[in-house]
Write a protein that binds this ligand. Structure first.
Ligand code: UT7
Length: 353
C-alpha cells in the first residue's frame, strides 16, 4: 500500500508587520501583557483587499516549486481555512482557478486550528487507497476580516492618524483578549505517494467534540439567523469570534497532551525519539506546558508564534516549511504534529519524513 510523504512546502506571509505597541495605540493593552500571556511579539496583516485565496495561491505555488511538482500532476487539492473568501463556494475552486490547474477533486474543510491535520488524514487515505498520487494541501487565513476596527482605528494603528476616540478605544478593548493573538498567513505542502516503507504517515488520531463549541465561535453572520447577516449583529460585535480563553486553554492542553500520548504509545514511539513536534501555535504557554508534560526537549519543539501569532490552519505547515528549509527535517525522521482548535477539533499525526 502506498504511503504519503511531504515532498515540498511553501508559505506566504503578508507584508504588514504589526507590533504589540501598534495594537496598544488603539486598545487597552501592553506589549508586556501580550508577550507574557501569549508569546506573540508581532503578527503580519494583509493589505485591505487581499483574501485568503490570494495568500493560499502564493503559498501553494511556492510549495509546488519547492517540491518540483507540476501543477497538472496534482490530483487532489484540499483547502483548509476558517476565513474563506465567500460563504460559498469554498476556496478550493478559487485556488484551482488562481493556480491555473486542470479540473480536479477538491475538498474545502473547516476544522479551524486542526484543519491541517484533518487535511493530512484526507490526503493520506486518498494516497493509500490509490485515489490520488499527488495532493496539495493549503492552510490559509486572513483573520483581519474579523477585526472590528473603524477606518480611524486602522489608520491610528498604522501611524496615519493621531489617535482614536474614547468610544473607539473602548470598543476595540472589548476584543483585546482575542485580536492580539491572531495574524494572517498561509502555508502549503505537497503530499506524494511513495513505496518506501520506511517513510510516510504512520498514524493519525482526529477527534471532534461539539459540547463546548460556544466557547470559541462566531455567534453572528450564520444561517441560524434570518437574514444571515444584518446591521444589528455588527453593532453587537457578533461577527467577531467569542473566546473564553481560560476554558479553551485548559481544553487545548488536555487534548493535545492526550492525543500526542495516544499516538506515540500505540506506535511504540518514545517522546525522546521524535525529531520534531510541530504544535499548533495558539499560545506559547500552551505549548510549553504540553512539551513539559510530554517530557520533550526544547530543541524538539520549534515555534514561530512570536513572529506570526496564531495563523489557524497555516501554523503547522508554516512550521514544517521553516524547519525543512533550515535542514531540521531529514528523510526518515519521526515527526509528530498536534493541534487543537474551535469546534472543538483536535488531533495528532505521526509520520516518518
Ligand atoms: O487557536 C484556537 C485556540 N485558542 C486558544 O488556544 C487560546 C487559549 N487561551 C489563551 O491563549 C489565553 O487564555 C489568553 C491569551 C486568551 C488569555 O490569557 P489568560 O492568561 O488566560 O488571561 P485571562 O483571560 O485570564 O485574563 C487575565 C486578565 C483579565 O483581566 P482581569 O479580569 O483579571 O482584570 C483580562 O481582562 O487580563 C486581561 N486581559 C488583558 N490585559 C491586557 C485580557 N487580554 C488582555 C490584553 N492586554 N490584550
Amino acid at each position: 500500500m502506498p504511503r504519503s510523504i511531504i515532498v515540498g512546502s511553501g508559505k506566504a506571509i503578508p507584508p504588514i508587520c504589526v507590533t504589540n505597541d501598534m495594537l496598544a495605540r488603539v486598545m487597552d493593552t501592553t506589549d508586556a501583557w501580550i508577550q507574557e500571556r501569549s508569546g506573540v511579539k508581532t503578527r503580519y496583516y494583509v493589505e485591505k483587499g487581499t483574501s485568503s485565496a490570494d495568500l493560499g495561491a502564493l503559498a501553494a505555488a511556492e510549495a509546488l516549486a519547492n517540491g518540483s511538482v507540476d501543477k497538472d500532476e496534482v490530483d487532489l487539492l484540499i483547502s483548509a481555512t476558517m476565513t474563506p473568501d465567500h460563504f460559498f463556494p469554498g476556496n478550493g475552486g478559487l485556488l484551482q482557478k488562481r493556480l491555473g490547474m486542470k479540473p480536479l477533486t477538491t475538498f474545502d474543510i473547516r476544522q479551524q486550528c486542526a484543519g491541517f491535520l484533518y487535511a493530512m488524514q484526507l490526503a493520506d487515505v486518498h494516497v493509500r487507497s490509490g485515489l490520488a498520487k499527488t495532493v496539495l494541501i493549503v492552510g490559509h487565513e486572513v483573520h483581519t476580516g474579523f477585526m472590528p476596527y473603524s477606518d480611524n482605528s486602522w489608520a491610528c494603528m498604522y501611524g496615519q492618524s493621531e489617535k482614536v476616540t474614547p468610544e473607539e478605544f473602548e470598543w476595540n478593548s472589548r476584543f483585546r483578549h482575542l485580536i492580539p493573538l491572531f495574524g494572517d498567513g498561509a502555508a502549503a505542502v505537497v503530499v506524494r505517494a511513495t513505496d518506501d516503507e520506511g517513510r510516510g504517515v504512520v498514524d493519525q488520531l482526529l477527534r471532534t467534540d461539539g459540547t463546548d463549541y460556544d466557547k470559541l465561535y462566531v455567534p453572528g453572520t450564520g444561517f441560524s439567523h434570518r437574514p444571515y447577516t444584518d446591521p444589528e449583529q455588527f453593532k453587537r460585535g457578533d461577527h467577531v469570534p467569542v473566546m473564553e480563553g481560560r476554558h479553551v486553554f485548559k481544553l487545548a492542553t488536555t487534548r493535545m497532551i492526550e492525543a500526542s500520548q495516544q499516538v506515540l504509545t500505540r506506535n511504540g514511539v518514545k517522546p525522546e525519539d521524535v525529531k520534531l513536534v510541530l504544535m499548533h501555535q495558539a499560545n506559547m504557554r500552551i505549548n510549553e506546558y504540553c512539551a513539559k508534560q510530554l517530557g520533550l526537549r526544547e530543541d524538539q519543539v520549534p515555534h514561530n508564534i512570536e513572529r506570526y501569532g496564531n495563523t489557524t490552519a497555516a501554523t503547522i505547515p508554516l512550521l514544517w516549511d521553516e524547519a525543512a528549509r533550515a535542514g531540521r527535517i531529514e528523510k526518515g525522521d519521526q515527526i509528530l504534529m498536534v493541534a487543537f482548535g474551535a469546534g472543538m477539533n483536535w488531533g495528532a499525526t505521526l509520520l516518518r519524513a
